[in-house]
Design a protein around this ligand. Structure first.
Ligand SMILES: Cc1ncc(COP(=O)(O)O)c(C=O)c1O
Ligand SMILES: N[C@@H](CCOP(=O)(O)O)C(=O)O
Length: 462
């Protein structure tokens, strides 16, 4: 399998190079040049597999012969051995709802599904091919800790993780800043997640700097993130359908950077019988407005009760634009140039109609989020995290629906208290965090201070 850039500016690369490159060197995102097709017989065969075996099957065509099958199997086994549930991502019935619990990994959010794997994959590739990697990432709360737990203590890897100061939950902050391993560097910046993500992309787009410091990506700009996230769509479909290829399943997906729902979109394009994909946003509704109007127009970032989705510039939207325009990289480039210079892009009527066929989209207010948490708790004695509640509310009463539960509610107990007047009990992964010592640097929100910090840290062997 080869990977090319959404902006068409690089020669296709293989899987390992795509994973290590992170952001494409022309500023675009890497996408597979072909998508494998999943036929009915394959779907039937896959439906009986456990999560790890299924992951091996789903990932194999994308990895090609770059990693021997037994090595890939071992990487997958190791990555999901850290999950607290034997099914890895169990599908549970909650009253009338079907909830895919994606939060049983070490940091209690869906990011662990991809980042446990990516951490091990980086380690494997660097040990095999040599070199080192200095990861630079931005987080609105969950990617940060999942990435840190994915690479802490690993040889040849350092991580520099930016979060928007004061805009993530107290537990999320502690999960990151209490990791004191020498290869982990937390940085709080003033501003929003979008500011942090922009700074990180500026570093990646400074090619001499990227190359001198071997920068790597853990955000969903990294293709391996999308790949690993595709697996649970197939897993959930198989659990709901018992392997009947005629049986289609819809998904309600809490959405911010568009990585999670984009993974579902690719699974659907490969032939997995997915019916509707519901893009569920909070008040930061740029993606909902795009699906409604065909216009993607950047506004202010609002702070909400689902803070990990307080995002305007959704990285993976670029990947979607590429597929929406049938791989026309020139068109993607021109749309993005317009976005860059005007803060707005618009697709034509035919492409807008396709986008509406690809996705439903619903924006959910904080009041509706709290009401959904209350309702589900009253009806089924089950506590939804605020992001998951956004998805559940957006999914409404759609038939054959799976709602992705993207985080454990105890990460967001301020919202849970507001909704139901009590805390969600802390799972073992989150216990004792608030008593631990922490380390975190504050930096001005700019690329230059971050570059200086990376230079200085790595000079000292950090
Ligand atoms: C708990 C939670 N739910 C949903 C999302 C949105 O996922 P995505 O950015 O892949 O759209 C995030 C962050 O990305 C998150 O941390
Ligand atoms: N919500 C995310 C934002 C970063 O998204 P990513 O999927 O691109 O890593 C977070 O929790 O950090």
């Amino acid at each position: 399998m080869q990977y090319s850039s959404t902006r068409g500016g690089i020669a296709p690369v293989g899987f390992a190079e795509a994973v290590l490159m992170g952001l494409a060197t022309d500023g675009g995102l890497l996408v597979p040049t072909d998508l494998p097709c999943v036929d009915a017989a394959t779907l039937r065969a896959w439906s009986g597999l456990g999560f790890q075996d299924l992951a091996l099957e789903v990932m194999t065509p994308f990895v090609g012969d770059e990693i021997p099958r037994e090595d890939l199997r071992a990487l997958i086994e190791r990555s999901y051995a850290t999950f607290a549930h034997p099914a890895v991502t169990p599908l549970v019935e909650v009253g009338d709802l079907r909830i895919l619990e994606l939060f049983h990994g070490p940091t209690a959010a869906f990011k662990d599904v991809a980042l446990q794997f990516l951490g091990n994959l980086f380690e494997y590739l660097l040990a095999r091919d040599g070199g080192e990697l200095n990861i630079c990432g931005a987080t609105s709360g969950d990617t940060g800790s999942a990435a840190i737990y994915g690479v802490r203590g690993k040889a040849r890897i350092s991580i520099f993780m930016l979060h928007p100061k004061g805009r993530i939950s107290p537990i999320q902050e502690r999960q990151m800043t209490s990791v004191l391993d020498a290869n982990v560097h937390n940085i709080a910046v003033k501003g929003s997640f979008d500011d942090a993500q922009r700074i990180v992309k500026e570093l990646f787009n400074d090619l001499p700097f990227k190359s001198e410091f071997s920068l790597g990506a853990v955000n969903s700009i990294n293709w391996a993130r999308i790949l690993a996230q595709m697996v649970y769509y197939v897993f959930a479909w198989a659990r709901c359908s018992a392997g009947d290829p005629q049986r289609r399943v819809s998904f309600a997906v809490p959405t911010g950077n568009f990585g999670d729902v984009f993974a579902g979109y690719l699974a659907k394009r490969m032939g997995v019988p997915i019916d509707r994909l519901i893009v569920a946003t909070n008040r930061n509704d740029i993606l909902t407005r795009f699906v409604d109007t065909g216009v993607y127009s950047v506004g202010d970032v609002y702070q909400t009760l689902s803070p990990a989705m307080d995002i305007q510039i959704a990285s993976n939207f670029e990947r979607y634009l590429y597929f929406l325009h049938d791989g026309d990289a020139g068109k993607v480039r021109s749309l993005l140039e317009t976005l860059q210079s005007t803060g707005r892009l618009e697709v034509d009527a035919a492409h807008h109609a396709r986008a509406r066929a690809d996705f439903d989209a619903v924006a959910v207010s904080d009041a509706e989020t709290l009401e959904q948490i209350r309702q589900t708790y009253a009806a089924a004695d089950y506590i939804l995290c605020p992001h998951t509640a956004v998805g559940v509310k957006a999914g409404g009463a759609l038939e054959d629906l799976v709602c992705l539960a993207t985080a454990h509610p105890a990460k967001f107990n301020e919202a849970i208290q507001l909704a139901i007047g009590r805390d969600a009990p802390l799972p073992p992964a989150l216990q004792g965090l608030m008593d631990l010592p922490t380390r975190c640097l504050e930096l001005d929100a700019g690329a230059e201070p971050l570059k200086a910090h990376i230079r200085e840290t790595l000079k000292d062997g950090g």
